[in-house]
Design a protein around this ligand. Structure first.
Ligand code: C5P
Length: 222
């Protein structure tokens, strides 16, 4: 690899989970490791792209060749960082597992346990980063991810249309695949086509995904 398929192009990749603070010591998060997004960032850099990696809270080293890394914590921070970075980008790959909701009013001090009583947390909806990019009159080529536990193809194709994406990479989570796993399998969909990428490690899949993105980008912009 390293064929220069993305030479001269700026790509922004988001990766990892988001943490939504409840109080100074607790948060709502998810099981995303960030590995798929980091692998995509590394593969895109190998393909010649100038890559900005917007990373949620993860324990991963920046892949070789990635030009810039912006670390964020919450969905709101990720939203702002992605909007800033994509202002001059050609391609955005949303590989982050963005929290859909956040505590509506995070407590400034640690919430104390009230013995014998339950606790209800009010949640507010987070902005959808991909949807807000798709809503811009001029926006980068948009690639989304869809992690589903069932009916992957149907949900993915619906998400492609509904979110106005140029490509979606769908994976079935569970059975040793997806979150917290080394291996993954991806089905790619774009308007008018699809491609199955067989089960492999995330680095191999990332190279194949980047090759497809380069092809579809050139086809869409020619
Ligand atoms: O609809 P769903 O959350 O399953 O879609 C997943 C895709 O949407 C991923 O690419 C994810 O990065 C993106 N997303 C986003 N902003 C959100 C939620 C999801 O960009 N608030």
């Amino acid at each position: 690899f390293g064929d220069g398929a993305l030479r001269g192009l700026k790509m922004v990749v988001s990766a990892g989970p988001t943490y939504e603070d409840i109080d100074p010591v607790r948060f709502i998060g998810n099981r995303s490791s960030g590995r798929m997004g980091f692998a995509v960032a590394g593969a895109a850099a190998d393909a010649g792209a100038q890559v900005t990696l917007v990373a949620g809270p993860v324990h991963l080293d920046t892949p070789r060749g990635v030009a810039r890394r912006v670390d964020v914590r919450s969905a709101a921070e990720m939203h702002a960082a992605v909007l800033a970075a994509t202002a001059a980008a050609d391609i955005y790959v949303g590989a982050a597992a963005v929290g859909d909701y956040r505590p509506a009013s995070p407590a400034a001090q640690k919430i104390k346990k009230q013995a014998g009583a339950g606790l209800t947390l009010a949640l507010a909806e987070n902005p959808d980063i991909l949807a807000s990019l798709a809503a811009q009159t001029v926006h980068p080529f948009l690639v989304g991810f869809a992690a589903e536990t069932h009916d992957v193809a149907d949900y993915a194709q619906d998400k492609l249309r509904r979110k106005g994406l140029d490509m979606i990479a769908a994976n079935l989570v569970g059975n040793g695949l997806g979150f917290e796993a080394a291996d993954n399998a991806l089905n790619l969909y774009w308007p008018g086509g699809s491609l199955e990428l067989a089960r492999a490690d995330k680095e191999t899949l990332a190279r194949q995904l980047v090759a497809s993105i380069a092809q579809r980008y050139r086809a869409a912009r020619s």
